[in-house]
Design a protein. Structure first.
Length: 114
């Protein structure tokens, strides 16, 4: 199983980025897909998730700014991030979960400058 994340980078506050995660060697459509993030010195936290049925949940801190979407034909999950803030700076991780399956990508750095 491989989760390959891409799309991170450096952006100014107020800017936008789109993260993408491509999964391979899993039955993608049955997995709940999620994005987590971990800032220096902090615990990893859930940012957004999308279930196999398309239901979405967001952390309160990103509601109205971030949008998660999935493409089951392409085995990808995207995170569109708008109006980025310095506190969004973190390493972002893609996660796939189904019953006992719990897979993680390698992480992609997002840095938001003020």
């Amino acid at each position: 199983v491989q989760l390959q994340a891409s799309g991170g980078g450096l952006v100014q506050a107020g800017g936008s980025l789109r993260l993408s995660c491509k999964a391979s060697r899993i039955i993608f459509s049955i997995h709940t897909m999620a994005w987590y993030r971990q800032a220096p010195g902090k615990q990893r936290e859930l940012v957004a998730l999308i279930t196999s049925g398309g239901s979405r949940n967001y952390a309160d801190s990103v509601k109205g700014r971030f949008t998660i979407s999935r493409d089951n034909a392409e085995n990808t999950v995207d995170l569109r991030m708008n109006n980025l803030k310095p506190e969004d700076t973190a390493v972002y991780y893609c996660n796939a979960n189904y019953l006992r399956d719990d897979y993680w990508g390698q992480g992609t750095q997002v840095t938001v400058s003020s």
